[in-house]
Design a protein around this ligand. Structure first.
Ligand SMILES: Cc1cc2nc3c(=O)[nH]c(=O)nc-3n(C[C@H](O)[C@H](O)[C@H](O)COP(=O)(O)OP(=O)(O)OC[C@H]3O[C@@H](n4cnc5c(N)ncnc54)[C@H](O)[C@@H]3O)c2cc1C
Length: 321
């Protein structure tokens, strides 16, 4: 076993996902404690161009037609080959549908310990993991021999994992990737027609705290007054109160507005991971312990039904309407 930290780079259609940069930042912190190097693992085909700004000591590039599109089957085999050969101290995956799929399969396949929902590393190399939807922060020692880790966003900024200096890229032969049982048939694009919340600069997001479909009008009014767009957490969309095109999170869209106003949203990891690219997050929540306050720049522990109508009136007044 060596002391290096592997980071499995997540990318889709020619774009490196923000969580990859967050993992690289975390990996550097961990590597300082283990004394190893940060090695970015880039799987795909013709993906070398994605290596340019990865803040890694080295990029291990594995190219193969079976890796051209993500499938857990091919990824598990490829990462298993590298892990067995190099025996790194830890392998970091995003706590995303892709990362969880691969990390859990790999853990079962190689019999390696898996630590989920890690948010950051402390000096001394301990991990801090957010459990119970972010309500509890658990601290622990990195398990041996190789710790598989899924990382949630929030502990590091994507910019910390980016570098202006291109890293050294090493081509690594792919292991045998035959007999795969999973193949990608097609991408299903979301229906066009609605606004694209990923491109909106001001989002008014409502969560389960809004209680009923009728109350969505409170958010609509505020959005109209401010010139923003309403979006939602999953419970609101699951109830059919807003269309899927407005869903923010792991199963919806990642957003990067200038301002993200979270109203009655707890900030569960599956939601939080998709909003950390926002310039400013503002939270309204009655629960002071809600994890949304960990990532919000401004927050108020207030009943939304008291605050939102007043806020709307104040904005209208200020705009002379
Ligand atoms: C595989 C998977 C994928 C998922 N994908 C997504 C996803 O894409 N997007 C997503 O959002 N979730 C997703 N989830 C669900 C996620 O885990 C959470 O359950 C969800 O985000 C919680 O939504 P919420 O914050 O609106 O509700 P809750 O967690 O119930 O939070 C409601 C919040 O409202 C506050 N509140 C209540 N009343 C008031 C009031 N009067 N005034 C102010 N605050 C109030 C409460 O204090 C609480 O913090 C996914 C889960 C899984 C397992």
């Amino acid at each position: 076993m060596n002391q290096d930290i592997f980071v499995i780079i997540e990318h889709l259609r020619g774009q490196v996902a923000d969580i990859s940069y967050v993992m690289l930042a975390a990996a550097h912190e961990l590597a300082q404690n283990t004394g190893g190097k940060v090695e970015a693992v880039l799987l795909g085909q013709n993906v070398q161009g994605l290596a340019g700004n990865l803040a890694a000591d080295q990029v291990l590039s594995v190219e193969h037609p079976a890796l051209a599109d993500f499938t857990s089957d091919a990824y598990i085999k490829a990462v298993a080959g590298l892990t067995v050969e190099h025996q790194p101290r830890a392998v970091l995956f995003g706590h995303t549908s892709v990362g969880m799929d691969v990390a859990s399969g790999l853990s079962a396949h190689l019999g390696l310990p898996l630590v989920g929902s890690v948010r950051y590393f402390e000096s001394g190399g301990k991990f801090v993991s957010q459990i119970c939807g972010g309500k509890i922060m658990a601290e622990g020692e990195l398990p041996a021999p190789t710790a598989l880790i899924t990382l949630v966003p929030g502990g590091y900024k994507p910019e910390q994992g980016q570098s202006a200096q291109p890293p050294q890229v090493t081509q690594v032969a792919a292991p045998a990737l035959d007999g795969l049982r999973v193949t990608l048939k097609q991408y299903i694009e979301p229906e066009a027609g609605d606004v694209d919340i990923a491109k909106e600069p001001l989002l008014i997001a409502v969560g389960r705290g809004i209680q009923t479909q009728d109350n969505i009008s409170l958010a609509d009014d505020l959005a109209q007054a401010l010139g923003g767009v309403v979006c939602a957490s999953r419970p609101v969309v699951d109830q059919g109160w807003l269309p899927t095109s407005r869903l923010v999170g792991k199963s919806g869209k990642a957003v990067k507005p200038k301002v993200y106003l979270a109203i009655g949203i707890s900030g569960a990891p599956e939601h939080a991971e998709a909003i950390t690219g926002s310039n400013v997050i503002v939270a309204i929540n009655t629960d002071a312990a809600a994890p949304i306050f960990n990532i919000a720049k401004y927050g108020t522990i207030t009943d939304l039904f008291d605050l939102v109508p007043v806020l709307t009136d104040k904005v209208r007044e200020a705009k002379g309407g």
